[in-house]
Design a protein around this ligand. Structure first.
Ligand code: TMP
Length: 205
């Protein structure tokens, strides 16, 4: 969907930081944009987020988790994202359907076919126009974050996050027109410049 841009990558890669910088950039340049994030982004969706990320909920099954993310996505999409796109805003979303592909489809081992089917129903025509993938391996991203461990998913073994990273790389290779691969190994300012330049090149700004 035109003007719908998502930001993806492993934990600690700097998604939150760059989303904040993008927000400041849009404000300074009077660009009419909405910034949101998944899982969450609306009252009900934040409630679902709390169930998913609660470290005591170790008994959630993989498939239940996949459905919770998809439910969260539908609520967020219908309540926040679609109305904003309809009034002409550019929507930036920190994580979206590709997180489900990488985390649930591949790393959790549910399989891409099932996760695609589930998310086809949840997302319909609202696939992102562009997906900024902040490219940094799970290990390097984790080290950058200082190894912080505070939610159920971050507590998983590094091999889980290696699978997430490999899945993103495959997704990016399979959809080169939608995926914008950003080298996130450099300094924050350098990475941010790559993001802005890539969006300018594609006519978003
Ligand atoms: P965050 O750390 O970016 O706030 O994301 C929360 C966690 O949720 C993160 O570990 C990635 C995970 N996640 C999925 O597993 N599937 C999804 O569909 C989404 C949106 C996030």
């Amino acid at each position: 969907m035109k003007n719908f841009i998502t930001i993806e990558g492993c934990e600690g890669v700097g998604k939150t930081y760059h989303t904040k910088r993008l927000k400041e950039f849009c404000e300074q340049n009077k660009i009419n944009a909405l910034f949101t994030r998944e899982p969450g982004g609306s009252r009900i969706a934040e409630k679902i987020r709390n169930i998913i990320l609660d470290p005591t909920n170790t008994d959630i099954t993989n498939m239940c988790e996949a459905f919770l993310y998809a439910s969260c996505r539908v609520q967020h999409l219908e309540e926040i994202i679609i109305p904003a796109l309809k009034i002409g805003k550019i929507v930036f979303c920190d994580r979206f359907v590709d997180s489900s592909f990488a985390y649930q489809g591949v790393a959790r081992g549910i399989g891409m076919q099932k996760i695609r089917a589930l998310n086809d129903i949840a997302v319909g025509e609202y696939m992102p126009q562009f997906t900024l993938f902040l490219d940094l391996s799970a290990k390097n991203a984790f080290m950058r974050k200082g190894g912080a461990q505070n939610d159920r998913l971050e507590n998983l073994d590094i091999s889980f996050h290696d699978k997430v990273y490999a899945a993103y790389k495959e997704l990016a290779a399979a959809e080169p027109n939608r995926y914008i691969v950003i080298d996130a190994s450099g300094k924050k300012d350098e990475t941010f410049k790559l993001i802005i330049d890539s969006l300018k090149e594609r006519g978003v700004f």
